[in-house]
Write a protein that binds this ligand. Structure first.
Ligand SMILES: *Cc1c(COP(=O)(O)O)cnc(C)c1O
Length: 405
């Protein structure tokens, strides 16, 4: 399939992926959102307001940092980090929630709901709700609430209600189900703020546009500091929003290789990982058609990952399309590789990454050996590691933090 750079089409499809698979009541709300977004895009007032918030409130532009000691330890390559970890609330999620929050206000909604896995999207939504004076309810799997209790506290401090989801595996996919169910009965007053490039049209497009600020800045910055475009873009993929945000502005630069890194979990046997693009098959989940981890009866499979933010059996339809059209490549990195990546970045650069982008850093080690000498690599550093310190400690210092590994 030849790569088409201007998707989605009018029906919200990226080739065979995307679309809208939702109950009737939600269909009207999606149309309303699509219209509001089309108007907002053309409104210079909206663009200026969003630009100001991204700059004054979130902290954009983020630096493109040359990681000299990391590059030296990998040999051969020159690595630049796009520092989304420095944003307010600690991850790229705020780029999207500020955009959707402004849209919600424009549509006259007074309540935001959201699903969250690691809690980063929940925190970013609760933050924006407080900023705009909106009510906020966040749906979160009970298992994730245990793994990410710090973020639960943050959401509550910000005034959000956190609703525990006890169905299924009590993780992100179940939180999505409950958020959609809640939206069906509250659409008139409520905007559903989806946290990644997933869900029914227009969400994958909307979230991609709000996150594309990452790649737009990076493209300008690398030309300025290196005098040319990068050879490789590397980013972790959960739902895929930080990766598509970095990739999309480079999609017409055919010599720029794009690599998405998924969670390889404990191993690539079924149920032990969340590598949807690597191992999934086409199917429908949470309102759109994409690749999906499913058994031979089409039942959604359990996933496993050390990072709650990548622990999801689906993936954004645009990534499924990029893979099919061979515009991007996708690989899996295991839990152990992610831990190695986190330790490597911490010790060479003094930067403790979140476990999600640590998958991309860990994957860089074997990748760097296969790249041409002096290859220019931009890694999307999607978030900082504070939320994962407990998990890292359990794995890296099993005898207690005072003893070395
Ligand atoms: C949520 C999250 C991710 C995964 O989501 P994407 O939509 O794939 O970007 C990755 N990194 C961090 C730090 C996150 O908080």
């Amino acid at each position: 399939m030849r790569f088409q750079p201007t998707l989605p089409d009018r029906t919200g499809h990226f080739g065979p992926f995307g679309g809208k698979f939702v109950p009737e009541t939600v269909m009207a709300a999606l149309d309303e959102l699509e219209r509001a977004y089309a108007e907002a895009r053309r409104d210079s007032g909206f663009r200026r307001q969003l630009g100001e918030l991204l700059a004054q409130y979130a902290g954009r532009p983020t630096p493109l940092y040359f990681a000299k000691r990391l590059s030296r330890s990998l040999g051969r390559v020159r690595v630049y980090l796009k520092r989304e970890d420095l944003l307010h609330t600690g991850a790229h999620k705020i780029n999207n929630t500020l955009g959707q929050g402004l849209l919600a206000v424009r549509m006259g909604k007074r309540r935001l709901i959201a699903e969250t896995g690691a809690g980063q999207h929940g925190v970013a939504t609760a933050t924006v709700a407080a900023l705009f004076g909106l009510e906020c309810e966040v749906f979160m799997g009970e298992e994730d609430m245990r793994r990410q209790s710090l973020n639960v506290v943050r959401m509550r401090l910000l005034g959000a209600r956190v609703t525990a989801v006890r169905s299924g595996t009590r993780t992100l996919k179940d939180a999505c189900n409950d958020a959609i169910r809640n939206w069906v009965t509250t659409v008139r007053t409520t905007h559903y703020c989806i946290g990644s490039v997933v869900g029914p049209h227009p969400y994958p497009r909307l979230v991609r546009d709000f996150q594309s600020v990452i790649g737009e800045e990076a493209r300008r910055q690398i030309r300025k500091v290196a005098g040319r475009l990068p050879d490789v873009l590397l980013a972790c993929v959960g739902g895929g929003s930080n990766a598509i945000g970095l990739f999309h502005p480079f999609r017409n630069d055919r010599r720029v290789r794009m690599i998405g890194v998924e969670a390889g979990g404990r191993s690539l046997t079924p149920g032990h990982h969340a590598a949807t693009l690597v191992k999934g098959r086409p199917g429908v989940l949470h309102g759109s058609r994409s690749l999906l981890l499913q058994d031979r009866f089409g039942q959604v499979m359990e996933t496993q990952s050390i990072s709650a933010g990548l622990d999801y059996p689906g993936v954004g339809p645009e990534h499924a399309y990029y893979q099919l059209a061979k515009r991007a490549e996708y690989a899996a990195a295991s839990d152990a590789t992610a831990l190695r990546g986190a330790a490597l970045l911490a010790r060479t650069e003094g930067i403790l990454p979140a476990l999600e982008p640590a998958h991309a850093i860990g994957y860089l080690e074997p990748l760097a050996r296969r790249l041409p000498r002096n290859a220019l690599v931009i890694v999307g550093l999607s978030g900082r590691g504070d939320k994962d310190v407990q998990t890292m400690a359990e794995r890296l210092f099993p005898n207690g933090p005072a003893r070395r590994v």
